[in-house]
Write a protein that binds this ligand. Structure first.
Ligand SMILES: [Zn+2]
Length: 726
């Protein structure tokens, strides 16, 4: 279906490691005795980031007490504590066992986990020049820390013994999987390397982490520093709500009386869709797609080349041909060939559809006597005109039925029907928040009343907040060390309304809201025992969230929640029919802009990086692909944060489509079920096999349990309205 503009949960890439069953206090004492130590009890008491979470709901973060000056020392202290825990496990003189090695590792790192919950907020929700500076300083230290663990020889030898023993005498299924994932993780991180190679490996990671931070700071710089200010006579075509918010943003930026189009997707996309000012469309488009590519000190091209070289060198140390081969071995796709096969199967249909879309748009332009040839900055604009003409679908009309508050209630309803969850707002003041707009709900089981956790929602855009939408956890469910409740959050960038006014959102944004909530439900439904099993498999973990989008256009949701913000009447059947009919509209654009990025990601990592020129590589690759000239990659290489601001989505951007095959196929299962999207038997299976196990079961196996077979690409082709070869 749609491709998301989001980075989902940030993959911190820090090796999660465990502790011995010594208490923190023991460490504190031992650290106090060491001269080198920077940790002491006083610091622990005064530094909020290090403190144990207290209060209701199994303990909650003190988001209202964060002091950024304490951040750096807290992260450093957290790392040192964790390293001490790891040392204790590694130096244990008893025979390695599952308990004294694997479980001990699973238990470790709690203090650092807590610090990271805060750190994530200060990085993604409340970033400032100060926090970015701290982040830049910490990046190499964190990398060094994670290398110290992943390259701890004694620790690895113990893991290896437990792993070998488990092959002879298997453990319980979930324990066995923890052992395998742990062992494999070490192996992939270079644990089998000799001393010299290990050192180089760690050096490379350190260099990479610095480059990742530079990369994202450059993109952020270009997002913040290229603002297009409009005068009153340049607003033609734009909606009232856009104009209002543009005026507010301009005022905040000391340009009172002007209207600001910022250099972010949430500002760029509506402007390009509606503005009648072609010159300005070109300017806004150019600013946006030139992020990180302006040939100045914030240019990312050389950084990318450097990243690719270092990544290749690192996997070559491990004996792999290229980064993609190394990366995909524990993914659902398993090999770059499998991922390429899927992308290549869909690409020709996508670009063929673009030609049809462009022809439709050119006809509209000609009929209007606009006297132009469709250029990339015209695509969204004329697509909207074609949409109106062909589908008579007016996005502004649709918006009137999509109120943010009602959408949230709709999501709660769906969660109740499928997951048996109940959401209740917590009383103001009982749970600390980091910003006044953040609201919190208590999540319980509808029948038993059992507490599942808390859901935090940070809905509005503001300076210093990352663009897009994402979901994350502050604490995940586990049972091996006492039952832990989940603290999960959803974060969006809706434009904050004037007091008393509803937030009206687009159909796409409503779908994204459901999407991110799908991630949250995936967190809340976890039934795993050990932390490692909560981990996501990159090309699988978008599936659950993408699938949840399919409940937005169900009758139950439409009739009760998609109601007009003034009249309260549900969205008319005719409008719903139009939306459904229009679902495959513009799929040429959506699939092509996404796939071009996904193919680029893979090809960049399969290519020889020795003398790579990123700019030239991008041009040549697009030429070879016959990329239609009327559109551009969704994320051009110099701004492709999924791939270069860390390793979360490197050679993994294909994963959205991989997950989309599963999504389309699973959605067909619901369409065919007697009870449709609320079929009891099927939704029980959904929760049992596809949500609750998280990574405690191999994803391919889990899917087969749900569907009785593997997913089929044909379902995706049908879903996008592409021809299916029978
Ligand atoms: Zn997602």
């Amino acid at each position: 279906m749609r491709i998301k503009p989001i980075l989902s949960k940030i993959n911190t890439n820090f090796w999660k490691v465990g502790i011995l069953s010594l208490t923190v206090l023991t460490f504190l004492i031992s650290w106090q005795q060491s001269d080198k130590s920077i940790i002491n009890i006083k610091q622990m008491e005064e530094n909020v980031f290090l403190q144990k979470w207290t209060g209701p709901y199994g303990g909650i973060p003190a988001f209202d007490k964060m002091n950024i000056e304490d951040l750096e020392s807290a992260v450093i202290a957290g790392m040192e504590l964790n390293l001490a825990e790891i040392e204790a496990i590694a130096n244990n003189t008893e025979e390695p066992t599952f308990e004294n090695t694997i479980v001990a590792m699973e238990k470790s790192g709690k203090v650092l986990d807590r610090v990271f919950a805060y750190y994530g907020i200060l990085r993604s929700n409340m970033s400032t020049p100060e926090s970015r500076k701290i982040q830049a300083g910490l990046a190499p230290k964190l990398s060094e820390y994670s290398s110290k663990i992943s390259q701890n020889e004694k620790l690895f030898q113990r893991v290896k013994v437990v792993y070998s023993n488990s092959l002879k005498t298997p453990l319980e299924a979930d324990q066995q999987r923890v052992v395998e994932l742990t062992y494999k993780g070490f192996e992939m991180q270079g644990a089998e390397l000799d001393e010299a190679k290990k050192n180089r490996y760690a050096e490379i990671n350190k260099e990479l982490s610095t480059l990742y931070t530079k990369f994202s700071n450059h993109v952020l710089h270009d997002e913040e520093n290229y603002v297009t200010y409009l005068t009153k006579d340049q607003l033609s075509g734009l909606s009232d709500s856009f104009v209002k918010s543009a005026a507010k943003i301009a005022e905040d930026k000391d340009h009172k009386g002007y209207y600001a189009v910022t250099n972010t997707r949430s500002s760029m996309a509506p402007f390009l869709t509606y503005s009648n000012e072609r010159e300005l469309r070109m300017q806004v488009w150019t600013n946006y797609y030139a992020r990180g590519d302006n040939g100045d000190e914030f240019d990312n091209n050389n950084i990318i080349a450097e990243i690719l070289k270092l990544r290749r060198e690192r996997v070559e140390l491990l004996g792999y041909k290229n980064y993609a081969e190394w990366r995909l071995q524990d993914r659902m796709a398993k090999t770059p060939e499998n991922a390429m096969k899927l992308m290549n199967a869909v690409w020709p249909a996508a670009i063929a559809r673009v030609q049809e879309e462009v022809a439709d748009m050119q006809n509209v332009a000609n009929a209007n006597k606009d006297n132009l040839t469709i250029e990339p900055w015209d695509y969204r604009y004329y697509a909207e005109k074609v949409r109106k003409k062909k589908y008579d679908l007016n996005s502004e009309e649709v918006k009137q039925y999509l109120q943010l508050d009602k959408l949230r209630e709709a999501m709660f309803y769906v969660a109740g029907r499928l997951f048996n969850f109940s959401f209740k707002p917590v009383q103001k003041g009982t749970v600390p928040v980091f910003q006044e707009d953040v609201k919190v709900w208590e999540v319980t089981d509808k029948d038993t009343g059992e507490l599942i956790g808390l859901w935090y929602l940070d809905p509005y855009a503001r300076t210093g907040k990352r663009s897009g939408a994402w979901a994350t956890t502050y604490r995940s469910h586990t049972t091996f060390d006492g039952n832990k409740t989940v603290l999960a959050s959803n974060n969006s960038n809706f434009v904050k309304p004037a007091p008393g006014e509803p937030v009206l959102v687009s159909w796409d944004d409503a779908s994204t809201f459901f999407h991110e909530f799908g991630h949250a439900l995936h967190f809340f439904s976890s039934k795993v025992r050990y932390p490692t099993l909560n981990g996501g498999v990159r090309d699988y973990t978008e599936f659950q969230s993408q699938l949840l989008e399919r409940w937005l256009p169900t009758d139950e949701v439409i009739n009760t929640y998609l109601v007009h913000y003034k009249t309260g009447k549900p969205m008319p059947k005719s409008l719903v029919a139009k939306i459904k009919k229009a679902a495959t509209f513009n799929q040429g654009f959506a699939t092509t802009e996404y796939l071009a990025s996904a193919l680029m990601d893979m090809k960049l990592h399969l290519a020889d990086p020795t003398n790579i020129n990123i700019d030239a590589f991008e041009k040549e690759t697009l030429k070879e692909l016959n990329m239609p000239k009327e559109l551009v990659m969704r994320h051009r290489t110099p701004q492709f944060g999924h791939v270069f601001s860390g390793e979360g989505y490197a050679t993994a951007y294909y994963g959205y489509m991989w997950a989309d095959v599963l999504t389309a196929d699973a959605a067909e299962a619901f369409q065919e079920a007697p009870g449709g999207f609320y079929d009891k038997e099927l939704s029980d299976k959904l929760v049992k096999y596809l949500f609750s196990p998280r990574n405690s079961v191999d994803p391919a196996e889990a899917y087969r349990k749900f569907r009785g077979r593997d997913a089929k690409i044909e379902a995706l082709m049908r879903d996008r309205g592409f021809p299916v070869k029978e």
